[in-house]
Design a protein around this ligand. Structure first.
Ligand code: PMP
Length: 453
């Protein structure tokens, strides 16, 4: 039978079958409750994507603390998924749990700021270097609002994305390049407009294509992650970010950097670590310990241009909102996260263990002589089914071998380790210990052995 990324296809399916059976045997209570969930929920889960994990049925979580997650059958897992970044600083850090409990007793949502808000503004300013901030409910919302502002202040209608990007459920970013042609991302449901009409898509790391696309001077904004993390990880080639900044400036196009995943790089994100100079900046997911919240910031110049635009408009709805955004609970939690959790010490620990993890996984791959490699941006590590670093979204897409991913993920899960679904991503938190990393490396070695023996 054919080889998929160096692994025999028949071996993958027999391994997956055996692991599925093992998973079910260890989870009688979750399996029984899957029936109850199906009584009330479409697809048997509160969000339909919860079915997109490779397990035969969803595992119900009893509790999670630090970097350990326990299911209702008592299976205890080293959690390297960490809510796909929402709990990247560990589950329920003590200071966050205390802040939530304290605020919960004195009101959760008022539509008015609290004294904590005043402090958060200057904390964000110091940490990320931009002077103006807003709080939203999700990274999706923050991106949506930042793009609105970009269009408003430039008076241009189009945006540019890189192939393979993901910025949340922002309709206008759902465009892909397929054999060089822009198409709506496959699978979209009920799209209001054809997103290819106002969104230009080029490959990451392709400076000539970027330059050509910007030359139309119709593009309000380029939105990107500093490193593409939502397919398989694609790192910027040397000089790419410099060129991106220089070309966007020259074309009168704003640059929006979405740090929602790359905040793994350090306390000020990839932006501060590598001196990026975005006009607009977005961070969601872990900014309030997993309570739905995000922040978006912008330069003084953008603020002045926004003021000028607003001065010409009648008072009315800006198109940016949501009632629960920036509520008192969010502010209390964000304050605790910024002051107590996202610290230099926490990042030093994450960086060190992520380095050990990268080395351990690489050694397993080398020993087995597999055509895979490991990529990393700070505390975010990924094993990728391709022999060398990826250049762009098309190459990243080609590494997704669904059957192999499912088999490896389930194999790891059955050996006590949870990693993020949909790609091969692992996060190291301040609560992750050396024993967790050792457990993951050993489980990975075991799964590789079973697949290659
Ligand atoms: N931006 C990036 C870079 C993301 O990876 C994601 C989610 N994976 C989002 C935005 C959207 O976050 P949310 O689903 O919390 O809105």
């Amino acid at each position: 039978s054919p080889l998929l990324a160096g692994i025999d296809a028949t071996r993958i399916s027999s391994f997956f079958e055996a692991e599925s059976a093992h998973y079910a045997t260890a989870r009688p209570r979750s399996q029984a409750m899957a029936g109850d969930l199906a009584q009330g929920f479409y697809q048997g889960v509160p969000m339909h994507w919860m079915r997109d994990w490779p397990m035969p049925f969803a595992m119900l979580v009893a509790e999670a603390r630090g970097a350990t997650l326990t299911d209702i059958d008592g299976n205890s897992l080293s959690d390297f998924c960490l809510g796909d970044t929402g709990s990247m600083f560990g589950h329920s850090p003590e200071s966050v749990a205390k802040a939530i409990a304290a605020q919960a007793g004195i009101g959760i949502t008022y539509m008015l700021p609290t004294p904590k808000a005043a402090e958060i503004g200057s904390l964000l300013r110091q940490r990320f270097g931009l002077p103006h901030w807003q709080v939203a409910a999700t990274a999706t919302d923050a991106n949506r609002y930042a793009l609105r502002v970009a269009r408003a202040v430039t008076g241009r209608g189009k945006i540019l994305v890189f192939n393979g990007c993901y910025h949340g459920t922002v309709d206008e970013t759902f465009v892909r390049l397929v054999v060089g042609m822009p198409v709506p991302r496959p699978g979209l449901i009920g799209q209001a407009n054809d997103p290819t009409l106002n969104t230009v898509v080029v490959e990451f790391n392709d400076i000539p294509a970027l330059e050509q696309a910007l030359a139309s001077r119709e593009i309000a904004c380029v939105i990107t992650e500093p490193v593409l993390t939502n397919s398989s990880m694609v790192l910027p080639e040397p000089g790419f970010h410099e060129a991106l900044r220089q070309l966007t400036k020259a074309a009168g196009t704003l640059l929006l950097v979405d740090e929602t995943h790359t905040i793994s790089t350090g306390p000020g994100g990839y932006t501060r670590r590598y001196g990026l100079e975005p006009d607009l900046f977005v961070l969601g997911k872990p900014i309030a310990g997993g309570i739905p919240a995000s922040v978006w910031g912008f330069t003084e110049e953008v603020a002045q241009r926004l003021d000028a635009v607003r001065a010409t408009l009648p008072p009315g709805h800006s198109g940016m909102g949501t009632t629960l955004s920036a509520n008192a609970l969010v502010l209390a939690t964000m304050h605790a996260t910024l002051t107590r959790v996202m610290t230099d010490e926490a990042y030093a620990h994450m960086e060190r263990l992520a380095g050990i993890l990268q080395q351990g996984l690489s050694a397993v791959i080398e020993t087995a002589r597999l055509p895979w490699h490991v990529a990393r941006v700070g505390a975010r590590v990924e094993f990728i089914f391709a022999p060398k670093p990826l250049k762009n979204g098309t190459e990243a897409e080609a590494t997704h071998i669904h059957e192999l991913e499912a088999a490896v993920h389930l194999g790891l899960l059955n050996r006590g380790v949870l990693i993020a679904p949909f790609h091969n991503m692992m996060l190291v938190s301040p609560a992750t210990g050396e024993a967790d990393v050792a457990r993951l490396v050993s489980a990975f070695g075991d799964v590789v052995k079973a697949l290659t023996a």
